[in-house]
Design a protein. Sequence first.
Length: 356
Amino acid sequence: MMYGSKAARRYGYSSARVKVMQSRLLSKKAVDDIANAKDVESVVSILFNSDLKKELEEFGGLGIPAEMIDFALSKNMAKNITKLISIAPTTERKLVRSIVGKWALYNIKLAIEAKDKRKDFDSIARYIVDIGRYDSSAIKEAMREESIEGLLGKFMINSPYYPILKEALDTYKGTRSAIEAIAAIDKAYYRNLRSILMPLRQLSNESALLVKMEIDMKNILTLIRGKRLGMKFSDMDSMLLESGRFSKKALEQAYTDSKDAAELASHLKEMNLAQAADEYKGSKTKQLLTFEIAMKSSIFNSAVRTLSHSILSFGTILAYSYMKEIEIYTLRILINGRLYGLSKEETAKLISWRKE
């Protein structure tokens, strides 16, 4: 890590810009007002006084149809993530691209899932983060292919992610499973990301921790799904990602020592899932969303601390990317809550992570 004038020269500009971007994230009051809003129109009125105003205007302004709000959210996410690359120090832009590359792969995974379910481009258009070479137009073009093999083949042409996509294609050919192909993309991406964890740790310990926490979250959700389906640990071994804080041995121990999903979550104390486990046990629907929100809460709060304490470091850039991602994720949940008539009590649980 760097200190003093050297850090100021390298990170002064990017840190100042990130602080401005952070100030435009929704406040706790705005999130609470959205949770308590009586309808979607009221939600849009609140968002019109935020960083999302321009995107909302582009898709209809105050009269935006409910089904178009997701388009505005995705476009705002893309705008801010793209900005992070441009404001990063030149020496670290490649690192930023490696990390935010997950959004290009996210778009590809959306396309695979839609193709597997025999859905068209319009079914996923609102969720695409319009960034880089795999933007909306590229996804739309690739989805004209008749099969998942054709889709992946189209994406692989002159692709910087060729090895990752090739692994997904080989996996699909062997298993005929879209889920396995998507898991192969995740695993290959995080395996590649592991190669930058060392330089990332040298730049900022906090940054490396955020990446590890994300890996932990994905592994734990995989195990919880497996526990709900009564799967053996060995059945999920190929889907688990490496380089998180939990070793495979620790994950296997927690899995085999647990009788159900709630007990499994309680065993993984570092993720602070005890309250989520209690809520899960007490709910009728038994949604995985309970655990995902709790883990995103931990990542969010860690990102807040990073932005507060790592003023002149790479950590501020990465921390903001997680905060923005979770803001958009939370807005989607809250807006859907309004659309589907969730009670205030149910909605409140969806924003329990938002601390200030």
